[in-house]
Design a protein around this ligand. Structure first.
Ligand code: PEP
Ligand code: MN
Length: 373
């Protein structure tokens, strides 16, 4: 009796006319307790049918199994467990839909909108680099030129910083956004910057090419919804203690609003290990590549917390199949207002890029690093 339990994908037309795919078929199975009386089984079936689903009853020697066919969003699994006779509710399939690999025929490629035509998720390994925070004009321009000369394709820099302490440097705000736009005009590098609050989405979108959602905001659903309505590509970082499924559900929030330009970023998770700032979850890269069509970037800087560990983690990320890197670089890390310990000097970044080119090549990815002069 495999038939009713198989998952199927059906194509439907959305009101806008574009094809949308929805999971159909059984995604929830109710297992009753041994010896559940017929009345209780009937009651469970009635509950399922009241929610507008069909119940497929499979009577075994010891227990009855009820497959639920239809729109499972109308059935709340947790409530089913309260019904007499229900021992277990099994959810089949994934809670994310648009983010799932099955949804799209091919990998999503995110264009950064620059004249050079930088695309994330294709054959090129894209490196985004720059300071943790924009601290001023000179340091930003120097960093942009240096990382570009070493092969970075986009510039990162925080204007609004999510700091653990309310007394720490909070970022230069709008002034930083203006500087980012200026440096883009001079270098052609697209700029990536974090948006902390739904009320900032409009302002940040005016200046930035990519909206970064920080780890601490991965489950800020109001922010994700607002960003989903914007037309800017999104760099969504994994939360400090978020599972891969939770990261994909956060992406689903953005995608569900119509913004399909989402890049995911593994940046280390909090574990019992204290030798590094976070533990880089290398396995998350192939798992995400299997589960979703969205590009997967890795931020070795926030995972490592120490400059010396950034290059080795970056190499591991490329070897594991990452589509790109997000790396912190500062002209003088000893004077950085935030994350100086993990920021690379220009020389260290350049050497990381030369190493990365070799690993990328071994993995069949392109990474163009300008020749030394
Ligand atoms: C950052 O990119 O500077 C940052 C704050 O990262 P995260 O949200 O991953 O901590
Ligand atoms: Mn930082």
């Amino acid at each position: 009796m495999r038939g009713p339990f198989l998952l199927a994908i059906a194509a439907r037309r959305s009101p806008s006319g574009s094809p949308h795919f929805f999971w159909t078929g059984t995604r929830m199975i109710i297992v009753t307790a041994v010896g559940t009386p017929a009345d209780d089984v009937e009651n469970i079936v009635a509950h399922v049918e009241r929610a507008g689903l069909r119940a497929h009853i499979s009577r075994g020697e010891e227990r009855t199994i009820i497959g639920c066919i239809g729109d499972h969003d109308k059935l709340i699994a947790a409530n089913l467990t309260r019904l007499p006779g229900v021992e277990q509710v099994l959810k089949i399939g994934k809670p994310y839909k648009i983010a799932s690999r099955a949804f799209a025929g091919s990998d999503t490629i995110v264009s950064l909108g620059d004249a050079a035509g930088t695309r994330v998720g294709g054959s090129e390994l894209v490196v985004i680099a720059g300071p943790c925070s924009v601290e001023g004009r000179d340091m930003l321009f120097q960093t942009a030129h240096a990382v570009q000369a070493s092969g970075a394709r986009a510039l990162r820099g925080g204007a609004f910083k999510p700091r653990s302490s309310p007394y720490a440097f909070q970022g230069m705000g709008r002034e930083a956004l203006e500087l980012l736009a200026e440096v883009r005009a001079e270098t052609g590098l697209p700029v990536v910057t974090e948006v902390l609050d739904p009320r900032q989405v409009e302002l940040v979108s005016e200046f930035a090419d990519v909206l970064q959602v920080g780890a601490r905001n991965m489950q800020n659903f109001a922010l994700l919804t607002e960003i989903g309505k914007s037309h800017r590509p999104v760099l969504l970082k994994r939360g400090l203690s978020a599972t891969i499924t939770e990261l994909l559900m956060a992406a689903e929030y953005v995608l569900a609003q119509g913004n399909t330009q989402v890049m995911l970023c593994e940046r280390g998770i909090r574990t019992y290990e204290t030798s590094t700032r976070n533990t880089l979850d290398i396995a998350a890269i192939p798992v995400l590549k299997r589960e979703t069509h969205l590009p997967v970037l890795v931020d070795p800087s926030h995972a490592a917390g120490q400059a010396a560990l950034v290059a080795p983690l970056a190499m591991a990320a490329i070897a594991a199949g990452a589509d790109g890197l997000l790396v912190e670089v500062h002209p003088d890390p000893t004077c950085a207002q935030s994350d100086g310990e993990q920021s690379l000097t220009f020389a260290a970044f350049d050497s990381m890029m030369r190493q990365a080119r070799v690993v990328a090549q071994a993995m069949g990815r392109e990474l163009t690093v300008p020749l030394l002069v």
